[in-house]
Design a protein around this ligand. Structure first.
Ligand SMILES: NC(=O)c1ccc[n+]([C@@H]2O[C@H](COP(=O)([O-])OP(=O)(O)OC[C@H]3O[C@@H](n4cnc5c(N)ncnc54)[C@H](OP(=O)(O)O)[C@@H]3O)[C@@H](O)[C@H]2O)c1
Length: 210
């Protein structure tokens, strides 16, 4: 029997305004959160529908909006060891502007990106991570394919200016999981409770589709 594909929305958002971005960049730099994003989206999970990587140099799939793809952290270069899907309404959008990468493709809608991601992940048994931004989260969150949300919730004393925002999580659709559930989902120990970096506090949370 094939298991359901795991489709995870992953975001770091402010606790008060749910801000996620500013001027095409992240509004903060939390090294441990960057490491977390890279680790969680790259690692090989043991409960995937297939555990076959063959000669692929990727395992999990990451999906992002065109502006996130062009944004300062990415600059049109795919995340390595992951298959990258860029979402744009422009069917002629050039995903190869920087180089002819093997591990990137274009989808013209969010539901198409999810089906393409599921198809791609069937080859490797990987998970699918939806990495934003705003509209992509908004649409993906209500699609039945989305099974989990991994949220880094950031607390600040000083306001941080943002121009892009994570939509509210609908608690009729997703419930906040316990830390034990988060560790079981990530299949390893995860820092528990409030963590600190300079003047920012943050915590790693998991929401699960009800
Ligand atoms: N904190 C975090 O976790 C996080 C995560 C991701 C991004 N960010 C930040 O968020 C900002 C970028 O996010 P954003 O919200 O501005 O843009 P975005 O969602 O990354 O990209 C928006 C673009 O995606 C395409 N798109 C969106 N919905 C679509 C749909 N339904 N069908 C087809 N294409 C669709 C469109 O591309 P076309 O215009 O080409 O049609 C749209 O202009 C940056 O500041 C980035 O650093 C933060």
């Amino acid at each position: 029997m094939t298991k359901q594909n795991i489709v995870v929305l992953m975001a770091a958002a402010l606790s008060d305004t749910r801000g996620i971005g500013y001027k095409q960049d992240l509004p903060w730099y939390i090294p441990a959160d960057t490491k977390w994003l890279n680790h969680v989206t790259t690692k090989k999970y043991v409960d995937t529908p297939l555990n076959r990587v063959d000669d692929q140099d990727w395992h999990n799939v990451v999906i992002m909006g065109r502006l996130s793809w062009e944004s300062i952290p990415m600059r049109g270069i795919p995340m390595e060891d992951r298959f990258n899907i860029v979402v744009s309404r422009n069917p002629d959008y050039n995903i190869y502007a920087v180089d002819k990468f093997r591990n990137v493709s274009l989808s013209n809608s969010i539901s198409q990106a999810l089906s393409d991601g599921i198809e791609e992940s069937q080859k490797t048994g990987g998970r699918i991570f939806v990495l934003g931004g705003e509209k992509v989260y908004e649409e993906a969150m209500v699609l039945p394919q989305s099974t989990h949300i991994l949220l880094t919730l950031i607390y600040t004393k000083e306001p941080i200016e943002c121009d892009t925002f994570m939509p509210q999580i609908d608690l009729r659709i997703f419930r906040l999981a316990s830390h034990e559930e988060l560790e079981a989902f990530i299949q390893e120990i995860v820092p528990e409770g409030i963590q600190s970096h300079e003047n920012l506090d943050y915590e790693f949370l998991l929401y699960v589709r009800i």
